[in-house]
Design a protein. Structure first.
Length: 117
């Protein structure tokens, strides 16, 4: 087989591959429009506002891990402004070990959570 035939075979395989990819992509449906996109955007705007409010704090939240206990300390000025909230620890390897600590109404500036190994 000479080099001319090899070039024609390579081009034929390439064109067949391109045509098959175009065919597959034309048959695929991508529904990116959500019927409730406005409601979802408004809910996510609350998350954005919460993150912005956290960044606007003059003092920062400190987290310390001393082995047996994880200490989460909030600035005293911030605790008086909190109405509700929660601290969430996520363990990606095992969802059963996730922890959610509610913060509503206690007005304490130090939360101590037992460490899970």
């Amino acid at each position: 087989m000479n080099w001319g035939n090899k070039v024609i075979i390579i081009l034929a395989v390439f064109v067949t591959g391109i045509i098959s990819m175009v065919y597959i992509s034309m048959r695929q449906r991508n529904e990116v429009v959500d019927a409730n996109y406005y409601d979802r955007e408004m809910k996510y705007q609350k998350v954005i506002d919460g993150k912005r409010n956290l960044l606007d704090l003059c003092d920062s939240v400190t987290i310390q891990n001393d082995g047996a206990v994880i200490k989460v300390a909030f600035p005293p000025s911030t605790v008086t402004q909190l109405d509700s909230g929660s601290i969430q620890f996520m363990k990606f390897s095992n969802a059963k070990d996730d922890k959610l600590i509610p913060m509503g109404g206690s007005k304490t500036d130090l939360y101590q959570i037992p460490s899970v190994t």
